[in-house]
Design a protein around this ligand. Structure first.
Ligand code: MN
Length: 325
């Protein structure tokens, strides 16, 4: 295990190299896409080469971000990079990219599940988004935040804070957002692109999930089958955020969205608005995330997976008496 490094170690590693690859976790979200794009722009301003890649496509709602077209979707990375900058991953496998093990890794993460798996490891669990760390990196490197960078970073902060709703959103988050707006991000336009530009398939899939909504006390859950995905022509990214409709119920503290995968495994999205840390639950099952939002993949079939996770969550919500005394 490497000791944890800081922003200065990252800056030194950037100074040393010329050619970088920048990526983040598979199924990239707004923070992953926005931060990879901004990181690429910063590297260009520093006179470096940066290849931006993901194992999965850039979700439709983020394809309008500046330079989003320069991101390539690949499964195996080439050679010749001085270092690979990996954002928001707790291990190289989270990127779902092959060939990373041969490279020097600069690991930048803000998750509580963050681990020091890289050659340089900068983990700041106080950052509201990895975008905040990239913003600090630009400032420390003496790179001026351009309107394009501000647009990418603002979108990342907007989405990773749940539109400034999640726990941890504080005056500092708004200071960061205000500075990004001052530097050229357009909040109304970016909200339009992020929240009011969904494909029809996503709404149809949401309908399927809502028709399968169940509630038991402080717990709510919903699911879609692989057949629902096919019938609604939904893409994987259309599942993003559906769980929020279950956690939106009054009195519900924990919500789960289950998606049946073609290989009979089941993808879980967990949300908490109470005391339960769902990152810990997801970590136990091989996933990760934040205290209030996490995910993992477990064995199916779907009804068995549902029984299993509900049993786990009920156990967490109602600790046995001997743990209370
Ligand atoms: Mn993030």
């Amino acid at each position: 295990m490497h000791p944890l490094d800081d922003i200065h170690s990252v800056l030194r590693a950037l100074e040393r190299g010329k050619r970088f690859l920048v990526s983040a976790h598979a199924r990239p979200d707004g923070d992953a896409v926005g931060s990879v794009l901004a990181c690429g722009m910063i590297l260009h301003h520093l006179g470096k080469n940066a290849d931006l890649v993901f194992a999965d496509p850039v979700p439709l709602i983020y394809q309008g971000l500046p330079c989003a077209h320069t991101i390539r979707q690949i499964s195996c990375i080439g050679t010749g990079y001085d270092a690979v900058i990996l954002l928001e991953c707790d291990g190289i496998e989270r990127s779902r990219l092959e060939g990373l093990e041969k490279h020097v890794i600069i690991n930048i993460d803000h998750h509580v599940s963050g681990r020091a798996f890289g050659s340089v490891n900068w983990i700041d669990t106080d950052a509201c988004a990895v975008a905040e760390m990239i913003y600090n990196l630009a400032r420390m490197a003496g790179v001026e935040i351009t309107p394009a960078m501000a647009t990418c970073l603002y979108t990342a902060v907007l989405t990773d804070t749940g539109s400034f709703c999640y726990a941890g959103t504080d005056a500092h988050t708004f200071d960061l957002a205000a500075d990004l707006v001052r530097k050229g991000a357009d909040p109304a336009l970016l909200a339009q692109h992020t929240y009011f530009s969904n494909p029809t398939s996503k709404m149809l899939l949401l309908g399927a999930a809502l028709s399968n909504l169940k509630r038991d006390g402080r717990l709510a859950w919903m699911w879609v089958t692989h057949e629902d995905m096919l019938r609604t022509h939904a893409a994987e990214e259309d599942c993003e955020g559906i769980v929020n409709y279950a956690i939106a119920i009054a009195g519900v503290d924990v919500a789960v969205f289950l998606r049946e995968l073609p290989n009979r495994r089941v993808r879980l999205s967990l949300r908490s608005k109470g005391e339960l840390n769902v990152a810990r639950v997801a970590e136990r099952l091989g996933g990760g995330g934040h205290a209030h939002a996490s995910g993992c993949t477990i064995d199916g079939p779907l009804p068995k997976a549902a029984d299993y996770i509900l049993e786990q969550l009920r156990g967490c919500l109602q600790p046995p008496v001997h743990e209370l005394v």
